[in-house]
Design a binder for this molecule. Sequence first.
Ligand code: DX5
Ligand code: ZN
Length: 220
Amino acid sequence: MRDIEIAPSILAADFGYLMRDIQAVESNAEYLHIDVMDGHYVNNISFGIPVIQSIRKYTGMKFYTHLMITEPEKYIKAFADAGSDNITFHIECAKDPDKLIEEIKALGLSAGISVHPDTPIEKVFPYIGKVDIILVMTVYPGFGGQGYLPSSDARIRALKKAIDEAGSDTVISVDGGVTRDNIKEIYDAGARLFVAGSTVFNDKDPAKAIEDLIRCCTLS
Ligand code: DX5
Ligand code: ZN
């Protein structure tokens, strides 16, 4: 991973032209963010295993699979087999997060844990150093195109402090409402892996949108 990485979220892509949209971002992003929603944990249904299997054949991007599903433990193997490189589950949904992290890693994948905006950020502190990524939701999970929750900055800062104190290299990722206008403040708070859906795929030039987002982080 580079110092600053944008993970385009295909939730904002045109599913009728999915590979065209993925190819538009391939050269500027290492990770493709894949939002799986089950209609239980969140009030929306997106897509699942067969779609991941299909796109796996046509791109070498790393699949950063965000499971917004209840009972994630039931499906880890299936999402690994479908071609995920990272599996990120919600702390609110996991019966035994430690066990799940071990299972994901035993399958040779990187592991992430995600935290809902209404869950105290301290709940993920025990997993610092155990997971590769902590995904801080910066909107209410379920839909793309929402506004960044301003309370997120303080949550990211608190998490960054805890990671630094632990001397860990766990990466802070954020998901939801990331734009050219706010990415710098989120970067300054400590995030390094930015999920961006609408900002990338609603742009007529998705590759340039990614370049812009990265550049915005380093502006003084
Ligand atoms: C929301 C999803 C996000 C979503 C982000 O539940 O987890 O990944 O695609 O979309 P934007 O960037 O449009 O907020
Ligand atoms: Zn997501």
